[in-house]
Ligand binder design. Structure first.
Ligand SMILES: C[S@@+](CC[C@H](N)C(=O)[O-])C[C@H]1O[C@@H](n2cnc3c(N)ncnc32)[C@H](O)[C@@H]1O
Length: 309
């Protein structure tokens, strides 16, 4: 796949948000195919970018794309879970900007062998990188109650129990190995597609999030990013579904010194710290023009914060 086939979302808004106040060290924590990174490097000639991604295939393409920027770019196969450690190791400990463009790239979605999409029949893999349990292995090992929770919490699937039961029944006969098999089981539980949205959509989203433990890492990584920034430095986070965005919003509030304890709590136990000022009370969303040109942008939400102190 050509890197330009993944169209970076909210590109102009990200580039504007990350205008460097200082020397110009920017960490792209999910560099993917390097679309945002390339635009930042072109727009700000003094900027250097440290790009992280857990996907070596994406990084190889980013490396080709960003080759002409020479030593202004450092690319590392690493998870943003290790953001602080990697940034320190490569001299980006006092950054002017950090970007997270969360989720999955078009390269990953459109490569059948990666098993992210029910549009292609492939092994149920769904891992962003080569490590850890595949979606198929997760489905083989997970208990029914836990599966209900995964489908409900990560897929916001109202018929989670019915699907979980069908999956458990099906895997007793034979393991679910492919995207087509999983889709068939979901259809057998819910009925086949009638509208525009395939009934298996939420199940596939839930399974991808669980396989990559996507939500777990976000608060930790965003907090590391906030601590990495030098005063005045900016943090930009693009989320693609409501679960992710809610988590980002809550984490930014907490890092902006606001209590995020559940309503009705007797006393505050969350110990907020005032590291950030949130610059987007409401998230920035793509224009209709962008969504028409790139339908995958339709659910994107960009939140920006500035390091204080
Ligand atoms: C939406 S894409 C980023 C696209 C990129 N901004 C561009 O313009 O090409 C999200 C990327 O995040 C990566 N990713 C997912 N989880 C990650 C993690 N824990 N650490 C680092 N990268 C991760 C995925 O592999 C994917 O390449």
């Amino acid at each position: 796949m050509c890197p330009s086939q993944h169209q970076p979302v909210l590109l102009a808004q990200v580039v504007e948000a990350l205008a460097p106040p200082g020397t110009g060290l920017i960490v792209d924590a999910t560099v993917g195919l390097g679309g945002h990174a390339a635009a930042l490097l072109v727009r700000y000639p003094s900027v250097r970018v440290l790009g992280l991604d857990v996907d070596p295939e994406a990084l190889a393409l980013a490396r080709q794309r960003l080759e002409s920027f020479g030593n202004r770019v450092v690319l590392v196969v690493a998870s943003y879970w290790q953001l602080a450690e990697v940034a320190r190791a490569y001299g980006f400990a006092a950054a002017d900007g950090v970007l997270f463009d969360l989720g999955v790239s078009s390269l990953q979605l459109d490569t059948p062998a990666r098993g992210f999409s029910f549009r292609h029949d492939a092994t149920l893999d769904m891992r962003f990188g080569p490590d850890g349990e595949t979606a198929g292995e997760l489905l083989a090992n997970i208990g029914e109650e836990e599966l209900v929770r995964v489908l409900r919490d990560f897929g916001e699937e109202p018929r989670a129990r019915r699907i979980a039961r069908a999956i458990v029944r099906a895997r007793m006969k034979q393991p679910l190995r492919t995207t087509a098999e999983l889709r068939r089981v979901v259809h057998s539980a819910l009925g086949s597609a009638r509208g525009r949205i395939d009934p298996a959509t939420r199940t596939f989203q839930a399974l991808r999030i669980a396989t990559n433990r996507e939500l777990e890492g976000i608060p930790l990584a965003v907090e590391q990013a906030a601590r990495l920034l030098s005063p005045g430095g900016r943090l930009a986070v693009i989320a693609f579904h409501s679960l992710e965005d809610r988590l980002v919003k809550r984490t930014l509030r907490h890092l902006a010194g606001r209590c995020v304890c559940p309503p009705g709590s007797f006393a505050c136990t969350c110990q907020p710290e005032h590291l950030l000022e949130v610059l987007t009370p409401r998230p920035i969303v793509p224009t209709d023009v962008e969504v028409n040109a790139n339908p995958r942008a339709r659910s994107a939400k960009l939140r920006i914060a500035r390091r204080v102190g």
